[in-house]
Design a protein around this ligand. Structure first.
Ligand code: AMP
Length: 456
């Protein structure tokens, strides 16, 4: 199938060709003709399927061919809502890219940055507005935004918007839109809440499914590496080095965990940055740009910050900690194996997370392969600890062993574990700890105390 058969205009086909896309992805070939007919859609498509072009291309075409209803005042005609700032920025970039040969204007508004430049852009008039719900409502309350002429509404990653508690904001926004409009709802997963929202919002929608519901992209290979909780960082450093991974997205459960891990990786000589909600927008944008350019090798992210990140051909995703919500696993690994490229999703799973893993496997309706990495065999005497308690551990705080297994840990680190990790990380894989660097040759004991590791 080629893009030519979808009914897109010459300007849009040119923009697609500029991108080097030779054929539409499944979501594009299904969604584009239906959207061009003016129908509402409910699309089950996760990030990585090409869904952004799937709604942006026909949206641009609809706006450029329909007569302007309000000549002279240039109100917002299409509103695209996304859950996160990063996704908003990426969708806005796509709107620019695909709309480059059309005379339509667009802008993006999200929080964490100054509002005045956004107000000025809105004043000049935009046809297509990409926004996160919170900042959109700020503009509404400042009366700097008129949504009364919106013809097309897109809810992108609607499931995540609901997870993030945006439902009240979405309701307020819907009340500001004209009754008569086209609605496009995209969601990677369907919960009852999504179904209810779809029932309320959509008018006789065409339903589009491109991957089986709640199943990750087929091109992603998934593996579980069982490992002790205190040895995950060593194992991660080892894998990055030994496998020579150049671009890895790593997920932690908490912002603090993301910061701490990123710092530890840096100490291991692996360039790393953390991206999460407590970082300023500037810091998040910079970290993402450095990662995309290959200057940062490991980007450590929380679920919310990583949502919707569009990084071409991301080869590796690591679940450093399993998510509390099984569906987040699907979202996380959707960052790899994108648009036809193969990807690898690795999960480092300790004894505390067996229940979470069970939940994920039930959701996927299959067991994931478990591979123990030699030298990182889990210590069977270590007992599970509650996850919530651990997520509250603060920087530098000492976690007390519940089972008095400090001795066990000492045996491990002094013997097989520490020595193998040390020798590997200092090996030829290219990421070794710089000799004499602070923190080199050190690891943490189970009780959180730094200890000497035997020289490799
Ligand atoms: P999305 O699911 O919209 O985040 O898109 C995932 C990635 O696929 C983006 O990097 C797009 O640039 C890319 N992409 C979108 N459509 C196509 C296509 N038809 N052929 C190849 N790559 C595409």
């Amino acid at each position: 199938m080629s893009f030519d058969t979808l009914g897109l205009s010459a300007e849009l086909l040119r923009a697609v060709a500029d991108q080097g896309y030779s054929e539409p992805t499944p979501v594009q070939s299904k969604a584009i003709p239906v959207i061009l007919q003016g129908r509402d859609i409910l699309a089950g498509a996760q990030t990585g399927t090409g869904k952004t072009a799937g709604f942006t291309l026909p949206l641009l075409q609809c706006l450029s061919t329909r007569p302007q209803q309000h000549p002279g005042r240039r109100p917002v005609r299409a509103l695209i809502l996304t859950p996160t700032r990063e996704l908003a920025a990426q969708v806005a970039e796509s709107v620019n890219t695909y709309g480059r040969h059309l005379p339509l204007t667009s802008t993006v508004i999200f929080g964490g940055v100054k509002i005045n430049p956004q107000i000025q852009k809105l004043r000049r008039g935009v046809d297509i507005l990409v926004a996160t719900p919170g900042r959109l409502l700020d503009h509404v309350s400042q009366k700097t935004l008129d949504l009364s002429a919106v013809e097309i509404l897109v809810l992108d990653e609607a499931d995540r918007m609901l997870d993030m508690g945006f439902l009240p904001d979405i309701r307020r926004i819907l009340a500001l839109l004209p009754q008569q409009r086209q609605n496009l709802l995209f969601s990677a997963t369907y919960s009852d809440d999504i179904r209810r929202l779809a029932d309320k919002l959509l008018d006789a929608p065409v339903q589009i499914e491109v991957a089986r519901r709640n199943t990750p992209a087929e091109l992603v290979s998934q593996v579980i590496h069982p490992v002790d909780r205190e040895r995950k960082r060593e194992l991660l450093s080892f894998m990055v080095g030994a496998e020579n991974w150049r671009q890895v997205l790593v997920f932690t459960r908490t912002k603090h965990g993301a910061n701490r891990l990123s710092g530890q990786l840096e100490k291991d000589g692996i360039s790393s940055a953390a991206i999460h909600g407590n970082k300023s927008q500037g810091a998040r944008t910079r970290a993402l740009a450095d990662f995309k350019r290959g200057e940062v090798r490991v980007l450590v992210a929380t679920d919310i910050a990583a949502r919707g990140l569009d990084i071409d051909q991301l080869p590796h995703v690591v679940n450093y900690e399993l998510p509390n919500v099984a569906e987040d696993y699907v979202h996380r690994i959707g960052r790899t194996g994108r648009a036809g490229n193969e990807g690898q999703a690795v999960s480092l799973v300790c004894v505390d997370e067996h229940q979470l893993l069970g939940g994920i496997e039930r959701l996927l309706k299959r067991d994931l392969p478990k591979v123990v990495i030699p030298g990182y065999e889990p210590d069977p005497s270590i007992r599970a600890e509650p996850i919530l308690r651990r997520s509250n551990v603060r920087a530098g705080a000492k976690s007390k062993p519940r089972n008095g297994s400090g001795q066990q840990q000492g045996r491990r680190s002094g013997g097989n574990g520490g020595a193998s990790a040390g020798s590997r990380s200092g090996g030829s894989a290219g990421h070794g700890q710089p000799k004499g660097a602070p923190g080199a040759n050190r690891s943490r004991t189970f009780s959180g105390k730094p200890r000497r590791r035997p020289a490799a």
